[in-house]
Write a protein that binds this ligand. Sequence first.
Ligand SMILES: *Cc1c(COP(=O)(O)O)cnc(C)c1O
Length: 355
Amino acid sequence: MKHNFNAGPSILPRIAIENAAKAVLDLNGIGLSLLEISHRSKDFDAVMDETVALFRELLNIPDNYSVIFVGGGASTQFFHIPYNLLEKKAGYVNTGVWAKKAIKEAKLFGETIVVASSEDKNFTYIPKGFEIPDDLDYLHITTNNTIYGTEYHTDIDSPVPLVADMSSDILSRPVDVSKYGLIYGGVQKNMGPAGAAFVIVREDLLGKVSRPLPSMVDYRNHIKNNSMFNTPPVFTIYVIRETLKWLKSIGGVNAIQKRNQEKAQLLYDEIDRNTLFKGTAEKEDRSLMNICFVMNDGYEDLASEFMTFAGEQGMVGIKGHRLVGGFRASTYNALPKESVEALVACMQEFERKHK
Ligand SMILES: *Cc1c(COP(=O)(O)O)cnc(C)c1O
C-alpha cells in the first residue's frame, strides 16, 4: 500500500478519481466521453454550474464575490492579478519562493513594495504585527507556504484589499471570505488535477485600472461567461466537482479542518518526541498541509537511510523541497489519517533501529 504525501499534484479522494474515470469513458450514459463533447453542451454546462455552486456553498462565498476557473495555474494568476488590480502601488508579504515569484510579476505592472518578509530566517515563520500602508491597491499574502511548511492560521485584518494565494490550503479550513478582496490558487493541491486556477474576487475591485487588458486576462470576461469565455479545462473541472461533492459528503470545511488538525498534531507530536528528527518551522506558524522536518543535530547522516527505509514502507513523496532539505509530508484533505499513522510508525521503528 502506498501512502501519498506528494506536495502537488497530490492525493485526491479515490471516489473522485473513480467517478472521473467513468465520465472519461461515458459521461452520464450519453455514449460519449467527457473529453469529446462540447464544453457548451448541456451535460458539461451542468458540471460547471455545479462546481461553482459547490465551491460557493463549501466556502460560504458572499454574493458580491464572483467565482471563476481559468486555465493555467497560480503562476498565471501572479500576473493576472496586478494586470487587473495594480494601478499605483501594491504591497506583498514575502514568505518564500511563491511569494517572490508573485512579486517579480507584479513589478512589471507598477510600484511593488515588500511590506514584510521572513527571509531572514529562511522563511521558517509568518511575519506578524507589521504595518500595512493604507495607500496600497492591495496587499498580497501567501496563506500556506508549501515549501517551508508555514501557514497563517487566521484571516488577517487589512485596511486595503487583501489578495491571497491559497493554492495549498484552500478548503482545508473555513475562511472568512469577506476579509479578502481576492483569493486564488492552482487547483492541483486540494481540489483536482493540474490545469486550472480558481479565482474568488469581490466584484467592485474590477474595472479600475487604466491599462488595456487582453480579453483572456480581464476577469470580467471570465465572470460574464461563467468561466467559458474560451474552452475551459473540462477534465480538471470535472474532477474538481467530484472532489467538492466528496468534501460536502464528509461534512464540509469544518469537518475537514478537524481531520486536518488531528493528522497534523499526530505527526508534529512525533517529530517533537522522536530524538532523531526535528521540525523546521516556528511552532505557532506550522502548516497543517505541509509538514517539514529534518534529521536532528548529530543524526544528519541518517537522512538518506531514512528516505530508503520510509520508501520501503510505502511512503511516497516525503523528500523535502531542495531549498529546505530534509523531509516534507503533505497532509492534504484527501490524505487519510491511516497514512499519517503509518509514517509515525515508520519514524518510531527507525528510531528503535538506531538506539
Ligand atoms: C503550487 C503553488 C504555486 C504554483 O502553482 P502553479 O499552479 O504550478 O503555478 C503557487 N503558490 C503556492 C502557494 C503553491 O503551493
